[in-house]
Design a protein around this ligand. Structure first.
Ligand SMILES: *Cc1c(COP(=O)(O)O)cnc(C)c1O
Length: 620
């Protein structure tokens, strides 16, 4: 059984019985916790693997439209006749956007996560979720015969064999939906208040509709003040409690990775990889890749002007693809290096015989922008590109891409930025920063799995590279781009499951929001910095140049200190730390990226202190 990936939320209603409380908001924007109930519903949908949410709007639709700006996996469709029509016309309005089986929900529902899991796991395509007795006052009773739904009514007497009460969450196959949309126009003409429940019953003559009844499901639909009070006092706390107790079927032991990538992932990202087998040349997979491509660009605010090209490789693959594909044969690239990743770009160019001019700086020291300008001036005839690392992960230094790009622009030179360990951790406005190519990978601040990398390319620049005779085959940027955009398929077999993980990771990024991700990382850094300082550790990079995502710590000179031993001590306690490399002083490194919190950092500092005290290590 495939997991359903699309959801339709009916959110057009007026909420007439709650007018005073609503105050010109749709019902979905009622708040019981710290987010509107519809956003809580969206978060649950994402958690159950939904990647495309269509909301049919009407009353005060601008509220929902704002959600679709915030969450790329949310789209809205307006039912302009919402005030005078029933819910079936709203569902009908969604037909241009429905392209697969979907979960259908009402916007004013508060429900426990189990409701969605029950439908996702139900072995048949069509399933209506029912519950035991609620005493809500306006229940819809569902009549069943054997394992099928046969009728629904607000009057208990109309029902011969009661299956349960309608919750308002259903799993609908595309086939059933087609039947419903065939029936709808004629029915709506005769009855302007034709509801989707009526239509389900009408369609059940032709298509088998099953049901799943969860007797003590925690849920409520909020139609009036009584419901709202009951939701506040009873149902919502119960939902919160039950949701917090959910254990994903196979618990994965939690390890906190403080190495600079791959980073710690959420359990939901891990579980997103368990999917049905699929041929990646199917349209369904092409759609997944296309959605990911768009959202990768969206993370750096480049929509419309930039294109993402994906590779099955670690991050270095994207850097190699970019450098080998964009520098013309008769030109050179100026490479700024203040760490191992700057040096790596020089090594890639050596491998391909690409001319490069190097500006090498001691590892741990900042870039001198005047020096960059002087080199561009000196070599202006030869240089077509400048390449640099945004967050140099070797030492944790943040290089000033904007100033350097502006300088490059003065000389008509294009800019390549390796943003591997800053992408999705530090906000980047790719247009504003004047970047032509940005490389990153799935396993750092975006919090997906290792094995996928990508280049975000200014479309105009990328198009021009088709004139450059390819230096390679698998890693040619333009060829990969051209193939996908022509055929809606990756050129070579992609790591299928990693794409599903990245899809989930992107959704979780947008759910958290750019601002809050940056904030969470920065808070972790502050806690880490303070804790290390209190213990007496010293830092390699001057404060004002730190990216706040990785900290390079100068190794103590005390003879009791041994990195490997400290590593093993911490590793046993669930924390992975990382050695340093090549900097002007010996260091070890701690990254604060990934699905971790400041509480993890505090716990880590406790163990570190325990170790330092136990070994009696003198810190300067
Ligand atoms: C992690 C990283 C890379 C890529 O490393 P891979 O091991 O190939 O994934 C490149 N540049 C920077 C700045 C990095 O942090």
């Amino acid at each position: 059984m495939f997991n359903v990936r699309q959801a339709v939320i009916l959110g057009a209603g007026l909420g007439a019985r709650l007018r005073g409380t609503l105050d010109d908001r749709p019902k979905g924007f009622l708040k019981l916790g710290n987010r509107p109930i519809v956003e809580e519903s969206i978060a649950k949908l994402v958690r159950t693997g939904i990647t495309d949410i269509v909301i049919v709007t009407g009353y005060c639709h601008q509220f929902y439209d704002q959600l679709s700006e915030k969450y790329p996996f949310v789209r809205t469709i307006l039912n302009p006749d919402f005030a005078t029509t029933g819910s079936m016309l709203s569902l009908y309005t969604a037909s241009q956007s429905v392209n697969s089986d979907f979960l259908l929900l009402e916007s004013d529902l508060v429900y426990e996560y189990n409701a969605l899991q029950a439908l996702q796991h139900f072995p048949m395509d069509n399933c209506i979720l029912l519950s035991g007795k609620t005493g809500a006052g306006d229940e819809v009773y569902v009549g069943v015969s054997d394992d099928r739904v046969v009728n629904m009514s607000k009057r208990r007497d109309d029902i011969k064999c009661l299956g349960g009460e309608l919750v308002g969450i259903s799993k609908i196959s595309l086939e059933l939906y087609k039947h419903m949309t065939d029936l709808a126009p004629e029915k709506c003409k005769h009855n302007s208040q034709y509801q989707y429940e009526d239509c389900l019953v009408d369609a059940s003559d032709n298509v088998a509709i099953h049901y799943q009844c969860i007797d003590n499901l925690a849920w409520i639909e909020i139609d009036d003040e009584n419901h709202l009070n009951k939701a506040r006092e009873k149902i919502y706390p119960l939902v919160e409690q039950r949701d917090s107790e959910i254990i994903i079927s196979k618990r994965v032991e939690r390890h906190v990775l403080l190495n600079p990538g791959p980073a710690t992932t959420t359990d939901t990202v891990k579980h997103a990889m368990v999917v049905n087998d699929i041929c990646p040349r199917e349209k369904e997979f092409g759609d997944l890749v296309e959605g990911i491509r768009q959202d990768l660009v969206r993370v750096v605010h480049g929509a419309g002007v930039y294109e993402a090209v994906l590779f099955a490789s670690s991050g270095t693959g994207a850097v190699e693809a970019c450098l080998s594909s964009v520098v013309p044969h008769d030109k050179a690239v100026l490479i700024i290096s203040n760490g191992a990743y700057g040096k790596r770009m020089q090594q890639i160019c050596d491998g391909y015989g690409i001319s490069h001019i190097d500006y090498n700086i001691d590892w741990g020291k900042p870039v001198d922008c005047n020096q960059v300008a002087a080199l561009l001036e000196q070599y202006q005839q030869d240089i077509s590109h400048i390449a640099l690392v945004h967050h140099e992960t070797t030492v944790g230094i943040l290089n000033d891409i904007t100033t350097i790009s502006r300088t490059a622009a003065r000389f008509g030179v294009e800019v390549i930025v390796d943003a591997m360990s800053s992408y999705a951790g530090i906000p980047i406005d790719i247009k504003d920063s004047g970047i032509h190519y940005l490389t990153a990978s799935a396993n750092k601040c975006i919090q997906g799995m290792a094995g996928l990398s990508f280049v975000i390319c200014k479309k105009e620049s990328l198009e021009k590279t088709k004139e450059i005779k390819p230096r390679n085959f698998y890693f040619n940027l333009y060829q990969n781009y051209f193939f996908f955009t022509q055929k809606h398929e990756m050129q070579f077999t992609p790591p299928v499951q990693l794409f599903y993980a990245l899809r989930q990771a992107l959704n979780e990024y947008f759910l958290e929001t750019e601002k809050n991700r940056e904030k969470r990382y920065a808070e972790m850094y502050e806690v880490l910095k303070k804790g290390l300082q209190m213990l007496g550790f010293r830092f390699l990079v001057e404060k004002k140049y730190r990216a706040k995502i990785l900290t390079a710590i100068i190794e103590p000179e005390d003879e009791n200190y041994c990195f490997t031993e400290m590593h093993d001590f911490l590793y046993k306690r669930g924390f992975t730390i990382y050695p340093g490399k090549g900097a002007i002083q010996n260091t070890f490194r701690l990254a604060n990226m990934g699905a971790i919190t400041k509480h993890d950092i505090t716990k880590f500092l406790g163990h570190l202190e325990e170790y330092v005290v136990k070994k009696d290590i003198k810190l300067n």
